[in-house]
Structures are given as C-alpha cells and as structure tokens.
Ligand binder design. Structure first.
Ligand SMILES: Cc1ncc(COP(=O)(O)O)c(C=O)c1O
Length: 305
C-alpha cells in the first residue's frame, strides 16, 4: 500500500484524520458490527480482486439492521467506495479490508436505539493469518462459544470478540495456534475467527448454522467447491468434541484464515498428522478461485483496476 487513506464520515480522508473520540458510544459497549474482506493481487493480470465484496457488505448491512444501525448505503455502493479506497491507496498487493459500523454518539447508556450509526472502512496489510501450508495445532477451549441468544454469534458484532479473544489467548498461552469452541450444548461450534470442517470416510462434516456460529462466507464458498468441483458429500450436523480426535482431516475456513488445515488437536495428531488430501484439494481450488483463475468463481470477484 503506497498511501494510507480511510473512508470516514462519508469521505475518503488521510488515515490520520480518521479518528473517533474516547466518548464514542460503541467503543464502550462493543455494539459495532464489522466485516473482514480480502482483496487478492494477481501479478500476471496486474489486477486486484476483491473477494465476495457484495456478500460481505450484504452481511454487514443485514447484521447492522438487526442491531438498529441503518446506514444510507447499498452493498453495491459500499463495494464501489471500497474500490475507490483501494485505488486511492494504490494497493498492488494482497490486502485485508475492515469496514465497521458503529454508533458515533458521545453518550453513555448501552442501548441500540436513539443513536446515529456511522460506517468507516480502512485497509490492513495482512499476509497469512495462520499457517495454511504446514497446518496448525488447536485446543478445545474451556470458553464456551457465545450463545446466539446472548450475543448473536450469527452476526459479526465487535463485543462478541471478547469471547474469541479469551479462547484464542488461552490457546496461545497453552502453546497451541488456535482455539476450537464448543457451544453451550457441548457440540463443536467454531474457531475464534473461523468455521470448522471435518473429513470422515471421504465425507465432509461441518456444524450447521444453528450451532451458534457465524454464517461464514468462506464456509459457503468451500461447501460449493466440495460439492460442485470435488463431488464430495457435505453434511451439516452437530459435531461432538470426541469426533474431532478421530477425524481423518480437519480444516478451518475464514476470510483471515482462508483454508487452514488443523493437524493436531489437544495433543492428538489428526489423521497421520499431516495436511490431508481433501484439504489440499480444497485449498488448491480456493487459492486459484480467489486470484481469478477459476472461471466459474469469477463472479465472486470485483476487479479494482
Ligand atoms: C467467529 C468467526 N467465525 C467464522 C468466521 C469466518 O467467516 P468468513 O468466512 O465470512 O470470513 C469468522 C471470520 O470472520 C469469524 O470471526
């Protein structure tokens, strides 16, 4: 990124001008709703592709509406603003885009009505978040995933990430790379910032959307790749913790995590402890798709230049 700008209070401004007050309501109560979007640089085409920009902004707008944070933009307009921002910053590398909707009022009281929502968007240079090549180790967390009826895990709410931060910190301090959280019913939910998939006997299993998880956009794309391109059955159902240890392969998906294999859980190797074959096939198609190398997934990409 050659120059650093942000979209702030309706305009693209130098990053130093994109500042909020310590009195900002959402800063105190975690009521902001945000997104994480990646854009991938394709060197041969000298093109930057925003991955699933429209899908991310549609999720943001829906989540925001559910939190009484109506903002005066459509998903298409937000994609256009993002393109403009990327151009203004002269981005010619992989980048992470962080849009956030927050209540800008300088007032206290944790509530969702009577306040003014605002959107900001900034860019964050971000390489691989975990280790998609070697795979990672994970710990089943002692922290239970936010129940959808307490802080909706289905929405990307800033305050919900206290739960993720507690689990991730516990995992890191115990020497693991990532946390896997169970839901209050004792079934596997997701990682601190990723959805989770298991391979058993050639079939792929993933917790369903009512298991107190985020409705992951990468999860959707990976399910399509598995079913349509690899002809593999995908089953959405509750997953017990004990199933993780006997799975042939486990991997995580997310905008930050992309497709990351888990090769060890709670000190037990998964399969032979190496990245599995189905995981590798999914990764190959995923990484080709995000750089515009798979024709059928090009409609998920927005070219910036
Ligand atoms: C808790 C949680 N689950 C799952 C995901 C994956 O979602 P997506 O693929 O839409 O990035 C994320 C990432 O943003 C997340 O924070």
């Amino acid at each position: 990124m050659k120059k650093e700008f942000a979209f702030f209070e309706g305009k693209i401004v130098p990053i130093e001008e994109a500042k909020i007050s310590i009195k900002t309501n959402s800063f105190h109560y975690g009521t902001a709703v945000f997104e994480g979007i990646r854009a991938y640089w394709n060197q041969e085409e000298e093109q930057l592709y925003i991955l699933a920009g429209k899908e991310h902004y549609e999720r943001l707008l829906k989540n925001a509406r559910a939190m009484f944070m109506e903002i005066p933009y459509t998903a298409d307009q937000l994609v256009e603003i993002t393109k403009e921002l990327l151009k203004k910053c002269e981005v010619k590398e992989d980048i992470y885009i962080r849009p956030i909707v927050y209540f800008k009022d300088l007032k206290l009281t944790p509530k969702l009505i009577g306040y003014t929502p605002e959107i900001a968007i900034y860019l964050y240079p971000f390489g691989a978040y975990l280790d998609p090549e070697k795979g990672i180790s994970a710990k089943v967390s002692s922290w239970i995933r936010n129940d959808d009826n307490s802080i909706p895990s289905r929405y990307k709410i800033a305050g919900a990430y206290v739960n993720s931060a507690l689990a991730k910190t516990e995992a890191l301090m115990a020497g693991y790379d990532e946390a896997i959280m169970l839901n209050a019913n004792g079934y596997v939910a997701e990682g601190s910032g990723e959805n989770i998939f298991l391979v058993r006997n050639g079939k792929v299993i993933t917790p369903g959307l009512n298991e107190h998880i985020l409705e992951g956009i990468t999860r959707n794309l990976v399910i399509r790749i598995l079913k349509e391109d690899l002809n593999i059955e995908v089953i959405e159902r509750p997953v017990a913790r004990s199933e993780l240890y006997i799975a042939d392969e486990v991997f995580m998906t997310g905008t930050a995590a992309e497709v990351t294999p888990i090769v060890e859980i709670d000190n037990r190797p998964i399969g032979d402890g190496k990245v599995g074959t189905i995981t590798k096939q999914v990764q190959k198609l995923f990484f080709d798709a995000v750089r515009g190398k798979v024709e059928k997934y090009k409609n998920f990409l927005t070219p910036v230049y």
